[in-house]
Design a protein around this ligand. Structure first.
Ligand SMILES: [Zn+2]
Length: 444
């Protein structure tokens, strides 16, 4: 990477921290992987004469969006089966396809598709939960994308591991291998309370503390999960996790659609972060996460798309807009989750949930240069009275024109620099045929 600094000069700079701020006529100076300075444009000629200036006309520059919950490889199952209840969808369609096909090749092809989609849409980092996280990590690094890959834990045998012990040992090995990687890190990724044993939860609680990693868990996705937990363990899932030492700031709880007032107070006190996936929850009719009430309690809520098999897109602009709208509709309060809070939920809140807020999630001096330029020159973006409102309520991901991860341009004028969309497309077509065959066999 060149040592030469570059000054990015957008029409609007939206640093996210402090929330709601918009700077005009300001440049962001990036050198190598970092943000070196943020300066008024008129100082460029005097103080930074040797810096190459890149004018981003009609663009807003924002921090890279962070997709706090996804299953990247599942993008190969986008649209395979829709409009079904969660358990039927899983048992008749997703699990048969996974049993037959999940492998390093499948994960490589699916992750590449997801990464291409996410980078082109302004997402610079994703938090993943799937099998073969070593392959997802390698694919992200090749594409120049930042990622947190899950060390999956589930009490079911898969192509990745036979039992919980093996899930731990393989996951820990991946963690070791990635320790010195600048773009990729790990989290424990227990699938859900109903598929992970007490012993495994206790063990990962202790290890997460030692290793300083988050715990990324599907939690309280459906009402049935609470009834099942009472039958299986004699406890509400939150009581069980609390007893096992899991309710704390390391926990990133995904979905959380079944919360009463007491549950909300409890997770607020414990410092649990919530990954809100509104499109997936609505599509599977799981319930609605009470984001407005969590936000009022200062719970750190971040936004995720979930996998493309249940969304069906990995579009963080669409997810931000939906999160803001749904919070208002569900709470009856139009002031709930204003645009600037929705943008924080897709950036700095996500970084905090992943323990990465010292490095990413906002445009601040010293942080990694993960940046997104959004072109607001189209008629549908006019006029720009309030740029953050425009970004959250009116923008489409196709307006993302350039993306940098750790200072490297990974999307330049709408073109991916490291990935070949035509090659990805060919690969995906082959997987489409295989998956369609398996789905037909499983349901004949
Ligand atoms: Zn999920």
């Amino acid at each position: 990477m060149s040592d030469q600094a570059v000054a990015l000069l957008p029409d609007w700079l939206v640093p996210v921290c402090p929330e709601g701020r918009v700077l005009e006529a300001h440049a962001v100076i990036i050198r190598r992987d970092r943000i070196e300075a943020i300066v008024p444009a008129d100082r460029l000629e005097t103080d930074f004469a040797n810096v190459e200036v890149r004018r981003l006309s009609h663009c807003a520059l924002i921090p890279g969006l962070i997709n706090v919950h996804t299953h990247a490889a599942m993008s190969l199952m986008r649209g395979l089966a829709d409009d079904l209840p969660l358990m039927e969808w899983l048992q008749k369609h997703i699990w048969p396809a996974e049993q037959r096909w999940v492998s390093p090749e499948f994960v490589r092809a699916g992750s590449e598709l997801a990464i291409a989609e996410m980078l082109a849409g302004g997402t610079t980092c994703f938090n993943d939960l799937y099998f073969f996280p070593d392959v997802t990590a390698a694919t992200a690094m090749r594409a120049g994308m930042r990622a947190v890959v899950g060390m999956p834990i589930i009490n079911l045998p898969t192509a990745w591991a036979e039992n919980e012990d093996e899930y731990f040992s393989r996951g820990l090995q991946v963690h070791q291998e990635l320790l010195s990687e600048p773009l990729v890190s790990t989290a424990f990724a227990p699938h859900a309370p109903y598929t992970v044993s007490d012993q495994a939860f206790e063990r990962m609680g202790e290890l997460a503390e030692e290793m300083d990693v988050p715990i990324h868990l599907h939690l309280l996705e459906t009402r049935g999960e609470i009834e099942d937990s009472r039958k299986q363990f004699g406890k509400h899932p939150l009581d069980r996790l609390d007893g096992l030492g899991l309710l704390g700031p390391r926990l990133l709880a995904v979905h959380m659609t079944q919360l009463d007032q007491g549950d909300m107070d409890r997770i607020a006190r414990a410092g649990v972060s919530v990954a809100h996936c509104p499109a997936s929850n609505l599509k599977l009719a799981s319930g609605i996460c009470p984001v407005a009430e969590l936000d009022r309690r200062d719970v750190n809520v971040a936004i995720g798309t979930d996998g493309a098999a249940s969304n069906n897109t990995l579009d963080m602009f669409a997810e931000m807009r939906l999160a803001a709208l749904l919070a208002k509709g569900a709470s009856g309060d139009p002031e709930a989750i204003p645009a600037q809070r929705a943008l924080s939920m897709a950036t700095i809140h996500a970084a905090r949930a992943l323990g990465l807020d010292e490095r990413i999630g906002s445009i601040e001096v010293g942080k990694q240069a993960d940046l997104v330029a959004v072109d607001l020159s189209d008629l549908e973006s006019q006029p720009v009275h309030h740029v953050i409102s425009q970004l959250v309520y009116a923008c489409h991901r196709r307006q993302v024109s350039s993306v940098w991860v750790a200072g490297e341009p990974v999307l330049s004028n709408g073109q991916l620099t490291r990935l070949d969309p035509a090659a990805i497309s060919d690969q995906v077509r082959q997987w489409q045929r295989r998956l369609a065959r398996t789905d037909a066999e499983a349901n004949s």
